[in-house]
Design a protein around this ligand. Structure first.
Ligand code: SF4
Length: 243
């Protein structure tokens, strides 16, 4: 097997199993040194004069965006080009949540604008949603260098913003795109296989999980599974609307 094929195969395994893959093999994943981070929550408690959590009092998405767009709570701010707040209908019934901005998103300041974004638009349209009627966001709002998976500390630091977005939007259902988004939002370590096909809850909001569009571009044979996931998600949403 060529080196490139081995790397692609490892990436696919990581997509499904995450760090659990390493635990089962009883080896430690190689991780960069964790950066020193002030989370939004800890900063609020320890340095109120420097970081008053004004943003927690935001009453609209625009207000929240304005309050947090210069955030420096984790090291990702050092390498970002643009902060990526998220985009879509502020009163969306559906939120799609990915892992973090990639190169195109970092350049344009919008989520899911590259090839994966085009595929996400097609997936949404296949289940009769337009991009404009949903809200698309990520677990972290600044691009991890080299598109690496965000570190746990970076996700912990950024998640309060996403929770606030969810609180303001009040969607009926959330679709997590990929294992990292599912594990972070649901605060649960499991494999993508186990997350898929089930309905979870985040603050009483229904959550389902499917593949990240970028993973589908690398592994087109996963598209059938994604199609099944999103059809189930549409059905869940329709039932919630009827209630
Ligand atoms: S990733 Fe989130 S917490 Fe880190 S600097 Fe960007 S906005 Fe702040």
């Amino acid at each position: 097997m060529k080196k490139k094929e081995i790397i692609e195969s490892l990436k696919a395994q990581k997509e499904i199993f995450g760090d659990i893959l390493y635990q089962k093999l009883d080896i430690k994943p190689i991780k960069p040194e964790p950066p020193s981070i002030k989370t939004a929550a800890s900063a609020k408690m320890t340095e109120p004069e420097l970081f008053p959590a004004e943003w927690e009092r935001a009453t609209t998405l625009d207000e929240l965006n304005e309050m947090i767009c210069k955030c420096q709570f984790c090291n990702l701010h050092k390498t970002r080009n643009k902060f990526v707040f998220g985009k879509g209908n502020p009163e969306a019934g559906v939120m799609c949540i990915g892992e973090g901005p990639g190169a195109d998103e970092d350049e344009q300041g919008e989520p899911f604008v590259g090839r994966a974004g085009v595929l996400l638009t097609k997936i949404l349209e296949a289940i009769n949603f337009t991009r404009e009627e949903v809200f698309i966001a990520n677990i972290v709002k600044c691009r991890p260098p080299g598109n690496r998976t965000p570190l746990p500390q970076e996700m912990e630091s950024c998640l309060p913003y996403l929770r606030k977005q969810i609180e303001l939007i009040k969607p009926k259902a959330i679709l997590c795109l990929g294992l990292t988004a599912a594990q972070a939002l649901l605060e649960k370590r499991d494999t993508l296989t186990n997350f898929r096909g089930k309905v979870f809850a985040h603050n009483n909001i229904k959550v389902m999980v499917t593949y990240h569009p970028a993973a589908l571009l690398r592994n087109p044979n996963w598209k059938k599974g994604c199609w099944e996931d999103v059809q189930a998600f549409r059905k869940l949403y329709d039932n919630l609307v009827k209630e």
